[in-house]
Design a protein around this ligand. Structure first.
Ligand SMILES: [Zn+2]
Length: 467
């Protein structure tokens, strides 16, 4: 009998990993890192629940680290099979997994210097070499056509509209001549947004795993350019800096798109914009190569001699550490965009350490901030933030602009779910914090009357095929 085990993103947002077993074969859908509070990140260090060498294949919904960031560890612990993803996801993973490995190594070195690690000597969760080994196991699959993994498993990916390459998956399990259709929502994006296409509607499923990140709330309805212009003008007038923690993939491009439009329309002053992320230029190149996911007009831009429709006249891309450090010397108003998006690591920490004590400046939170992250602490009104082992006072203005989120809001999740022509036999809500999971369960029960459960971490459920 086919079965599924929830190895992550069960009762929480990060660590997406779902093990599907059928006819003695094992397929892992997503392989994400746990992020946020220590009791979650500790799971990244625990012995993996099953021997990774016994997993036959990994299949990815999209490139975000909370869906892929455990791969280098899985490979190091013995997984040697193919990792299936579409070409855009594969290329983004080349950047993200190596970056994640760098961060792991840096964190370990830093902890060793400062002596605050629980591991003695501090070790990285994985190294750049581990990430390179994992990348060698990637195999490209079609963006939208059926791909046959094995006699037991075939998959049809659909555009999820969340980041470049993001997919929701229809997985057909064939066992003893019976077919079971399992739909994985992955992370769902938003409707009517610039750059990315809308999520494709689903049609049917025997079993559904649906993300619930924003299961309890909708994004604000205020216009993004309007709010962005208001914050930027306010902060610039009082001589402050606008610091924006943003994922290098997706959010940074969207921000650059909006900033370009605002500067063009002269609705904000032409401030210097520092994109302090060595990844950002490479990611824009990947956008240019993979036009199947978005509606950016690269052709018209290229005809005008502009290679990059996201570029800003005053944008400064900083690749080197020295360039990054030089931003600390900037005293007149500017915009600093840097990763990571939840301020859990990366260069943004240096900018926060420098700018948070300045009451003229503002930190703009533009994406989901998971529990236990620095971003969430700022959102919740923390007076101090512990950065590099030191207490940094928070005097800067903290602004949340969650309309820029890459995640479907509650109404958008329900809109996507309304595409099913018949109720799935069982719906599993995953990838949400407890309040969001419960709220979405209530919403689905009221609106669709479907059977819905919230699986527990490490729970296994039989997926018995229809007779
Ligand atoms: Zn995601």
């Amino acid at each position: 009998m086919a079965k599924i085990t929830f190895l992550g993103a069960a009762g929480t947002v990060t660590g997406s990993k779902y093990l599907i077993e059928a006819s003695g074969k094992r397929l892992l859908v997503d392989c994400g890192l746990f992020q946020g509070p220590k009791e979650l990140t500790q799971r990244n260090w625990d012995k993996f629940q099953i021997d990774p060498a016994t997993i036959d294949w990994v299949l990815l919904t999209h490139a975000h680290i909370d869906h892929t960031g455990y791969l280098p560890r899985l490979v190091r612990e013995g997984f040697s099979g193919p990792i299936y993803a579409n070409a855009a996801t594969h290329e983004l993973c080349e950047l993200l997994l190596l970056d994640s490995a760098h961060l792991q190594e840096e964190d370990a070195q830093f902890a060793a210097r400062k002596g605050y690690s629980t591991h003695k000597p501090p070790l990285p969760l994985y190294t750049v070499e581990d990430a390179q080994a994992a990348l060698k196991q990637f195999r490209d699959i079609p963006r939208a056509d059926v791909f046959v993994v094995s006699p037991e498993f075939s998959v049809r990916p659909h555009d999820a509209g969340h980041i470049l390459g993001s997919s929701w998956l229809e997985l057909t399990i064939t066992e003893n001549g019976k077919k079971t259709l399992v739909v994985f929502s992955g992370d769902l994006g938003r409707y009517d947004q610039p750059i990315l296409k809308d999520p494709e509607p689903p049609s049917r499923a025997d079993f559904l795993l649906c993300e619930s990140t924003y299961g309890d709330r909708d994004h604000g309805t205020a216009s993004v350019p309007e709010e962005l212009a208001e914050v930027i003008n306010r902060v610039a007038k009082r001589g402050g800096m606008i610091v924006i923690p943003a994922f290098a993939v997706g959010r940074t491009q969207t921000l650059m798109y909006y900033l370009r439009e605002l500067i063009k329309a002269q609705r904000i002053p032409q401030l210097p914009v520092y994109v302090d992320s060595p990844m950002a230029i490479s990611v824009t190149d990947i956008y240019a190569r993979h036009r199947e996911d978005h509606d950016l007009d690269f052709t018209r831009q290229e005809q005008q001699g502009n290679q990059d429709p996201l570029n800003l006249r005053e944008v400064h891309m900083t690749r080197t550490v020295q360039d990054s450090k030089n931003i600390n010397d900037v005293v007149s108003p500017c915009i600093i965009i840097s990763a990571s998006g939840m301020a859990t690591g990366g260069r943004i920490l240096h900018h926060l350490a420098k700018r948070l004590p300045d009451s003229r400046s503002a930190v703009l939170l533009v994406g989901y901030q998971a529990e236990g992250t620095n971003g969430r602490a700022l959102q919740d009104g923390a007076q101090y933030l512990r950065i590099f082992g030191e207490e940094v006072p928070v005097r800067a203005e903290i602004v949340t602009l969650d309309q820029l989120s890459a995640h479907a809001g509650r109404s958008e999740l329900l809109r996507w779910l309304s595409g099913f022509s018949a109720p799935p036999r069982q719906t599993f809500l995953v990838h949400g914090e407890p309040i969001a999971l419960e709220a979405l369960r209530g919403g689905i029960a009221t609106r669709f009357h479907w059977p819905v459960v919230v699986p527990a971490y490490l729970q296994t459920v039989d997926l018995d095929a229809k007779p």
